[in-house]
Design a protein around this ligand. Structure first.
Ligand code: HEM
Length: 271
């Protein structure tokens, strides 16, 4: 026992002397040894657990500490995933425009731009958002994935304590897929039935007409102006319809009143 204690004290002494020497000449190596032997005092990755794909898992409180204050790195989360945004301190550092996002998952604010009111329980509750907002979030996600280093996941709404996707996450991804599908189909329809040019004057009301580039779609046909109805017959727009599509059943189209069916321009008064 005595031999063991003597040996232990001797190795402690060697460690202390090594630490002093390293601390003076190589602070970085010392810092690494310190974190291995004594546990890190600062929070950077200190007490975080590993998820199922070897990424880190953050509680909300742990994420809060990565806010760039007192030299901490800056992490932000979007849709439950954490990114290291320290390289853009001029956006996210204390006192800069987007510091609001530092150390938290404020996904909703990425589309509402409400940077004043932060309610922790609601800040990442994205399921109530409408399709365009969901698409916008997906674009933000692509942006963060491509620009910054991904660090891990937040335990909570999107990921559970083992880092597995929650039902909420699955539901969100299904909504996102549907929103992208709808947007793709809408774009396809817009390519096939491009918008008309439109102008308004006091005397004549609305004037709609088609050209080879109306609706921003360059093409080798002009088309005829028609009222094109949205899915729920709610939003109506003026679309240029190709001759061969005038009898289509794919979408609901109607001619303008008092306008020749083969005219490339129509006028209609404001109701
Ligand atoms: C929903 C509203 C908005 C949100 C959520 C938002 C969010 C952001 C974020 C997160 C960044 C940093 C991007 C990065 O990491 O590189 C950024 C950058 C920037 N934002 Fe916004 N923004 C919004 C609206 C606006 C508006 C309306 C303007 C201008 C009138 C604007 C101007 C800028 C500029 C100039 C940059 C810096 C671009 C650069 O230097 O790389 N933002 N925005």
């Amino acid at each position: 026992m005595k031999v063991f204690r003597g040996h232990f004290l001797k190795s402690q002494l060697i460690l202390v002397i090594t630490a002093v020497i390293l601390g003076v000449c190589c602070p970085k190596i010392w810092e690494q040894l310190r974190s291995i032997h004594f546990g890190k005092k600062d929070t950077a990755n200190g007490n975080l657990s590993a998820g199922n794909y070897n990424d880190l898992l953050f509680s909300k409180e742990q994420l809060n500490e990565f806010n760039g204050v007192d030299g901490q790195p800056i992490y932000l989360a979007l849709l439950g995933r954490v990114y290291d945004v320290t390289r853009d301190e001029k956006h996210y550092g204390s006192g800069w425009s987007y510091h609001f996002f530092a150390g938290r998952d404020a996904s909703v604010a990425f589309v509402t731009a409400d940077f004043k009111n932060y309610i922790e329980e609601e800040a990442d509750n994205v399921l109530a958002l409408k399709s365009p907002a969901i698409l916008s979030l997906i674009n933000w996600e692509r942006f963060f994935k491509s620009k910054y280093i991904y660090k891990g996941k937040v335990i909570g709404r999107f990921y559970n304590e083992s880092g597995h996707p929650t039902k909420y996450e699955n539901k969100f991804r299904a909504m996102a897929e549907e929103a992208e599908f709808d947007s793709f189909n809408k774009q396809k329809l817009r390519d096939k039935y491009p918008d008309c040019n439109i102008e308004w004057s006091m005397g004549r009301g609305f004037h709609v007409w088609c050209t080879e580039s109306s609706g921003g779609k360059e093409r080798n046909w002009i088309g005829y102006p028609r009222k094109l109805y949205g899915l729920d017959n709610a939003d109506i727009r003026c679309a240029c319809v190709k001759n061969e599509n005038l009898d289509t059943n794919e979408v609901v189209i109607k001619p303008y009143d008092n306008c020749d069916s083969k005219s490339q321009e129509c006028y209609y008064p404001v109701n």
